[in-house]
Design a binder for this molecule. Structure first.
Ligand code: FES
Length: 229
């Protein structure tokens, strides 16, 4: 596949045609933060907007765009980094993320990004909207207070019979993730683990189980390490 040539933050770069902007930048050593997307999570959902950069002067999600000849990209500027951080802060205030008591702490991609970006607080007011837990599942607990509506579980996860187990109900800020209880009760061990791992936060967790991995062995225990996409 032939390469296309583009510019990022004033530097000339090249990458194979048909790669996403986020991957094209990575091939050139530029890491764009991502949340709903990561390698192996396909197709790209484009829901979180954490990967927002500027392409030819306009804001766009880097994971949803394909690199093209002569693209002018702004990625690691102060303005873009602050915008990406603001998006992460908004995700925190729209939910109720009490990291210290969350079973996913240390393995949470949202928490990991916040540490990576040096977020200590949000510049936006916390909304503290209470969301109802669904603890009626047989194997899984749905903690909607932590859901960031990334759509990984609703769009990318199916059970062994190819059935969708999760869905969204409602609109806008009233959107709530729902679980089909019959299908959830029939989930195999490996499918349960798959969806718990797929959830980037602690919204889908194992029922009756938590904190089973000691500090130091979890994905984002080494705060400040660069999260490599
Ligand atoms: Fe690109 Fe979520 S990572 S929109």
């Amino acid at each position: 596949m032939s390469n296309v040539f583009f510019q990022c933050d004033g530097k000339s770069m090249q990458a194979p045609a048909n790669t996403t902007v986020v991957e094209a930048l990575k091939l050139n050593g530029e890491i764009v933060p991502t949340l709903c997307w990561s390698p192996g999570i396909e197709p790209c959902l484009g829901t979180c907007r954490v990967c927002t950069i500027k392409i030819n002067g306009k804001e766009a999600a880097a994971c949803t765009q394909t690199i093209s000849e002569n693209m002018i990209i702004e990625s690691a500027t102060d303005e873009i980094r602050d915008l990406q951080k603001a998006i992460v802060e908004l995700l925190f205030v729209e939910g109720n993320h009490y990291c210290a008591s969350c079973e996913k702490s240390g393995d949470c991609e949202l928490q990991g990004l916040a540490y990576q970006m040096g977020m200590t607080h949000s510049r936006f007011p916390y909304q503290f909207t209470p969301y109802e837990l669904d603890y009626t599942g047989v194997h899984l607990l749905l903690e909607r207070n932590r859901c960031i509506h990334c759509k990984r579980c609703t769009d990318l996860f199916v059970d062994d019979k190819q059935r969708k187990v999760f869905s969204f109900e409602g609109k806008g800020s009233d959107t709530l993730v729902q679980m089909n209880h019959k299908y959830e009760s029939e989930l195999s061990d490996h499918k349960r683990k798959e969806v718990v791992d797929l959830c980037p936060v602690g919204a889908i967790i194992f029922k009756g189980k938590g904190f089973d991995r000691p500090i130091g062995t979890r994905k984002f225990d080494h705060w400040g390490d660069k999260i490599d996409v």
